[in-house]
Design a protein around this ligand. Structure first.
Ligand code: FE2
Length: 146
């Protein structure tokens, strides 16, 4: 899968460049093809310590306590070993995609939040992607089926 990166905000588009960046509004000319934009584990069945701290974990809950019907909860944690949130090393944001389409970016402050996110989706199926960006170790991706 080809990945294109916005030169202004770092948003990653899959397979094709959007007319404008859905995060920052930059024009398509600022996007560059970067097939290494997202890091991959060396062995998905045997993650090393760095990979355990960076690859998000997605937990889908079909019953939501906040909205009566039609809501699916997705809890996202970076990672299976919780990533640090310190001034010099932290998760800057998590981008959420549904069926490869951008949904939202969640910015994170190192001093106030854990690298954990709960979102409520009004869909009953689809492929959810969570892409996190560590200021030192780059972008890592997780996928879950709703
Ligand atoms: Fe990191």
């Amino acid at each position: 899968m080809d990945t294109y990166v916005c030169g202004r905000c770092g948003y990653v588009a899959f397979n094709q460049v959007p007319a404008v960046c859905p995060v920052c509004g930059a024009k398509k000319e600022v996007f560059k093809l970067d097939i290494n934009a997202i890091k991959n584990p060396q062995d998905p069945n045997n993650l090393n310590e760095l990979e355990k701290k960076h690859i998000p974990v997605i937990d889908i809950r079909k019953e939501c306590g906040l909205v009566d019907t039609g809501c699916v909860d997705a809890n996202i944690k970076v990672g299976r070993v919780l990533h640090v949130m310190e001034e010099k090393h932290f998760i800057m944001y998590i981008d959420i995609y549904l069926d490869d389409n951008f949904l939202a970016r969640y910015h994170m402050r190192a001093d106030k939040v854990n690298p954990v996110l709960g979102i409520h989706l009004k869909v009953s199926s689809g492929k959810l992607l969570a892409l996190e960006n560590c200021n030192l170790h780059g972008r890592w991706l997780a996928e879950a089926q709703i």
